[in-house]
Design a protein around this ligand. Structure first.
Ligand code: ZN
Length: 172
């Protein structure tokens, strides 16, 4: 089932996610619904808070090496970034909860991360390029951090009006 999105201005986007202690049927269903919602909006990642659930889980359609958006949709539960490369990348990011606000964000080029899957298995991986950017963006959501918080003042100013408009329509 496609779930309604939370938009910029929603308190849920500023809430720190609660770790998931048990893979219940509800969590499983939430994961599948999040994938459906992400794909319906042509997104490449979606965090649970973006559909109104402040739990530590996100889904992504980008491969860890960042080279493909394949048909494998990945589910990351209680994700944790283990290390960051000193080498950075500077890419334009967007967010389904902040439509049309594309701004450049500096991120590590490579990260090491761990997460749990729907079977309760903890796995580790190295991510790079778009894979790393995407993981960092979604992981930020679980800490109540948005990509627009990480851009520079000049770009933040450029989207000020758009942000106000999203906030106004969200609080109606
Ligand atoms: Zn986002």
């Amino acid at each position: 089932m496609k779930l309604p999105l939370q938009y910029y201005g929603s308190k849920l986007l500023r809430t720190k996610a609660t770790p998931i202690t048990e893979i219940t049927p509800e969590i499983r269903q939430l994961a599948y619904d999040m994938i459906e919602t992400m794909l319906a909006h042509r997104g490449i990642g979606l965090a649970a808070c973006q559909v109104g659930k402040p739990v530590a889980m996100f889904v992504a359609s980008v491969s860890p090496d960042g080279t493909s958006q394949d048909s494998v949709n990945r589910i990351y539960i209680n994700p944790k970034i283990l290390w960051y490369s000193a080498e950075k990348q500077y890419e334009t990011e967007g967010c389904l909860s902040i439509p049309k606000c594309y701004v450049p964000v500096e991120r590590p080029l490579r990260i090491g991360a761990q997460a749990m899957d729907l079977n309760g298995h903890i796995f580790e991986m190295t991510l790079e390029g778009l894979g790393a950017t995407n993981f960092c963006h979604e992981n930020d959501h679980l800490n109540g951090v948005l990509h627009i918080d990480r851009t520079d003042a000049k770009h933040k100013k450029e989207i000020e009006k758009a942000l106000r408009a999203i906030k106004a329509s969200n609080s109606r």
